[in-house]
Write a protein that binds this ligand. Structure first.
Ligand code: PMP
Length: 429
């Protein structure tokens, strides 16, 4: 028995499913999870001493690689000054100024402790600001696990939402409308019917929670247009895409400006942080200035601010995002070539530093139904074959992959060699 297997066995006695977040349990891909002992640069090391090239990067934050010395130093320097005060600090203003400068649609910003908190708070603010209850989200987009957002479409195209999890009251879920991603006619039909009742649209401007699905040309513009027409706020959930698809996020990449933006992951440099911000006039509805309540004991935590600021400084280096994007382009081309050589139908989709691999014979995958129609079984076998070769992909066919600036020539070659072997095993079975 491996040490990881032993640790997993032990964990299950005291932690539900042995993990603190479900996808870590390898339930989708089968097998048992690997327990990580340490990580450095592009690599993670498990409790059995195996090394892996990491394409998760803590699900996004490790964009300059693991255990980045500059970030560790920034945290070390703050450490001696105390861990939390529950009172304002200069660092929080520095963080807010940095965010507003890097993402100019954010004229004011508030820090929270996770992506879930950021989206939950942004939605409350949108509802409070507009005085409307309904919100619109898209099938396959994930925005954290707050009640309003754990909702799927009802049976008809325009029925009220139904909970995807026990514990979410149906009365609550009915305020969440759900439409297919990348479908402008469905969007327009929905707004023609109930547009005046919709407080906000929340969207992943590049979907990263149903594998990697970019917006079709004109789609984000259509969201902006209907929001303007009906007095609805547009929320870009950039928890994943923020500082990753471009320095200014997807809104800079696609040149579409939301009213509110939610951030997480990179913004905390690996410590638990989220943020939401947007137009001053909307943000000023928040307590203590306005009536919409939102708060947090550890929000703006000094260690987290120090880590996040150190990371945000580094990723402003000229060419940083181009390097990520170049790596992803070569990785995707190499993966497609290796699959083609083995005669396995595979396509890739990518934007900046995020990418996805689809086992499909379709030319592109544009929404949740298309993503779930891919060959899940083939992905699962590929995942395990890659893991065996020392490449750690996200343990789910429905998660995007992430690269860091530590992923270089050597990691690319090792990954593509592993992929050749992995695709060959798929061909055999
Ligand atoms: N929004 C998006 C787009 C996400 O990808 C995630 C998490 N992967 C969240 C929100 C929730 O963030 P957290 O897990 O920090 O609560």
């Amino acid at each position: 028995m491996t040490r990881s297997a032993e640790l997993f066995e032990r964990a299950q006695h005291s932690i539900p499913g042995g993990v603190n977040s479900p996808v870590r349990a390898f339930k989708g891909v089968g097998g048992t999870p690997i327990f990580i002992q340490k990580a450095k640069g592009a690599y993670m090391y498990d409790e059995d001493g195996q090394r892996y090239i990491d394409y998760i990067g803590s699900w996004g934050p490790m964009i300059t690689g693991h255990a980045d010395e500059d970030i560790l130093d920034a945290v070390r320097q703050r450490l001696e000054l105390g861990l939390s005060y529950g009172a304002p600090t200069a660092l929080e203003t520095e963080m807010a100024e940095t965010l507003c400068q890097l993402v100019p649609s954010m004229q004011k910003v508030r820090m929270v402790n996770s992506g879930t908190e950021a989206t939950m708070s942004a939605i409350r603010l949108a509802r409070g600001y507009t005085g409307r209850d309904k919100i619109l989200k898209f099938e396959g987009c994930y925005h954290g696990h707050s009640d309003s957002l754990l909702v799927k479409a009802g049976s008809g195209a325009l029925t009220f939402g139904v909970p995807t999890s026990p514990g979410v009251p149906a009365d609550f879920a009915q305020h969440t409308l759900t439409l297919p991603y990348n479908d402008i006619p469905a969007l327009e039909a929905c707004f023609a019917q109930v547009g005046q009742e919709i407080a906000c649209i929340i969207v992943e401007p590049v979907a990263g929670n149903m594998n990697c699905i970019p917006p079709q040309p004109g789609y984000l513009e259509a969201l902006r247009r209907v929001c303007d027409q009906y007095g609805t706020l547009l929320i870009f959930d950039e928890v994943m895409t923020g500082f990753r698809v471009a320095l200014g996020g997807a809104q800079a990449h696609y040149q579409v400006t939301p009213d509110l933006t939610t951030l997480g992951k990179i913004v905390g440099g690996g410590l638990p942080v989220g943020a939401f911000g947007g137009r001053k006039e909307v943000m000023d509805h928040l307590s203590p200035l306005g009536p919409v309540y939102q708060a947090g004991t550890l929000s703006g935590n000094p260690l987290a601010m120090a880590a996040g600021l150190a990371l945000l400084r580094k990723i402003q280096a000229p060419g940083f995002h181009q390097q990520l994007s170049d790596y992803v382009t070569r990785l995707c081309a190499g993966l497609e070539a290796a699959a083609a050589e083995a005669g396995i139908p595979v396509i890739t989709q990518a934007v900046g530093g995020m990418f996805g691999l689809f086992f499909t014979d379709q030319p592109s995958v544009n929404n949740f139904n298309a993503a779930t129609a891919c060959d899940l079984e083939a992905f699962n076998r590929f995942f395990h074959a890659m893991l065996k070769e020392g490449v750690y992909l996200a343990p789910s066919a429905y998660e995007a992959g992430f690269v860091s600036s530590c992923h270089g020539e050597e990691e690319l070659q090792l990954t593509l060699e592993a992929a050749q072997k992995a695709f060959a095993t798929l061909k055999k079975s």
